[in-house]
Design a protein around this ligand. Structure first.
Ligand code: ASP
Ligand code: MG
Length: 408
């Protein structure tokens, strides 16, 4: 079998952890498998590098940031190959240039376009264990790019897809994907199986366990994923096609504090105004999430929407500039908010899920500021200070609802 394993930063944080992981890699190799390993930077290395750059220039160019951040992964692959060599295994480390991982040009948020199989396959034929840098690629200018924070998952899945690997295992410091963040919700349970679509939603709605893109690629190329711990032998969570997964009402609850709400007050109630506003953001590549337009009164509307906190300064600046042209009266914002969401494939066919969620929030005395729904998710925007109580209340409510559904 051809197995791709990915180990996150905490799994390779120090020499002891590196040898622990090397042991697991060796075990897989000894079972007769071809093994390709993708690694993240050790521990807090990426954050430390970002801090280092900030000492020089907090607004350093993204090209140079990528040049710098990509060194973290280069350290871990070399160290891992050394550990395996020391244990008597043939291993070779490769970076994105050596493998041929081509990405789009945008620095710090590049997307993988193509992965050459030649070099990796050559090394596998030589019976080497191949250790590849996660998180990085090369663009058409032959510059190093990075894939966004947490992007090593995406490297691993893309490599597994390119090599048509039989297995793709994502090793981390938790036992799998949970129904909620176990540090906040004590009753959170490990999920045994979850569909690609649900996992993609959970990841993009704030569950930190997998990079969203990695799940999208897994779905597109039908790569079955397992998320499990590098520190225990416990079975992890399997992520696979919708049809082979039991449709559960609500699979998980996630929350995201990286959101800000912006409101444009008193825009003229005329065709083309929403277009004008959002075309502006589109041009600047600012992504907008929930959008609500109020019912017009006295010939004007309010439009509220959410964005990532990091774009807030930009967005406010932009809107202040264009305020007059848009015919808007006032721009306001709120960045002390959280987006709490529930995800479940079963909600498409079960009514009453939204009202259960709202009931839980009511019980907990949490006020809802905005609501958005899709086939398999419901999100609410609430005060940041209510995040924890909301998560616990919603999780409790659905745990009870699921028990009673099972009994029926
Ligand atoms: N080292 C990078 C980061 O911390 C990529 C990763 O860990 O997946 O974001
Ligand atoms: Mg990381």
């Amino acid at each position: 079998m051809l197995v791709v394993q990915k180990y996150g930063g905490s799994s390779v944080a120090d020499a002891e952890r590196i040898f622990n992981v090397a042991g697991r890699i060796a075990e897989c190799y000894d079972q007769g498998n071809d093994v390709v390993v993708v690694l993240s930077a050790q521990g807090d290395t990426t954050d430390d590098l970002i801090a280092k750059a900030a000492e020089i220039d907090p607004n350093a160019s993204k090209r140079e940031m990528d040049m710098l951040l990509s060194t973290g992964e280069q350290q871990s692959v070399a160290l891992m190959a050394m550990a395996l060599n020391k244990m008597g295994y043939a291993a070779v480390s490769l970076n994105a240039m050596q493998v041929g991982i081509s990405t789009t040009s945008e620095y710090s948020n590049a997307k993988i376009k193509l992965i050459s199989r030649g070099r990796i396959e050559q090394e596998l034929e030589r019976k080497n264990i191949v250790i590849v840098t996660g998180f990085q690629g090369i663009n058409k200018y032959e510059d190093i790019t990075t894939l966004g924070r947490g992007g090593s998952d995406t490297s691993a899945v893309a490599i597994a897809a390119a090599l048509r690997a039989d297995k793709c295992e994502i090793y981390t410091d938790v036992n799998g994907v949970y129904t909620a963040d176990p540090r906040v919700v004590k009753d959170a349970r490990k999920i045994d199986e979850i569909s690609y679509s649900e996992m993609a939603e959970l990841a993009s709605l704030g569950a930190k366990v997998l990079h969203t893109r990695s799940v999208e690629i897994a779905q597109k190329y039908n790569v079955e994923l397992v998320v499990r711990s590098s520190l225990t032998r416990e079975e992890g969570t399997v992520i696979k096609g919708e049809n082979s997964v039991e449709k559960i009402l609500v699979s998980g609850v996630a929350s995201d504090k990286d959101v800000a709400r912006v409101t444009i007050e008193g825009i003229d109630d005329k065709p083309g105004k929403a277009f004008e506003v959002f075309a502006l953001f589109d041009k600047k590549k600012i992504s907008v999430d929930i959008i609500i337009q109020s019912i017009g009164r006295g010939g004007t509307n309010d439009i509220s929407f959410t964005i990532e906190k990091s774009s807030l300064k930009n967005v406010i600046q932009l809107l202040e500039e264009y305020k007059e042209k848009l015919g808007a009266k006032k721009i306001t914002f709120d960045d002390k908010i959280a987006k709490v969401s529930i995800v479940g494939a079963g909600m498409a066919t079960h009514s009453g899920v939204a009202s259960l969620m709202f009931e839980a929030l009511y019980d907990a005395g949490v006020n809802i500021k905005m609501i958005s729904t899709s086939e398999i998710k419901i999100s609410v925007l609430i005060d940041e200070k209510d995040e924890e109580s909301a998560l616990i209340a919603i999780h409790d409510k659905f745990q009870l609802a699921m028990q009673s559904l099972r009994q029926n």
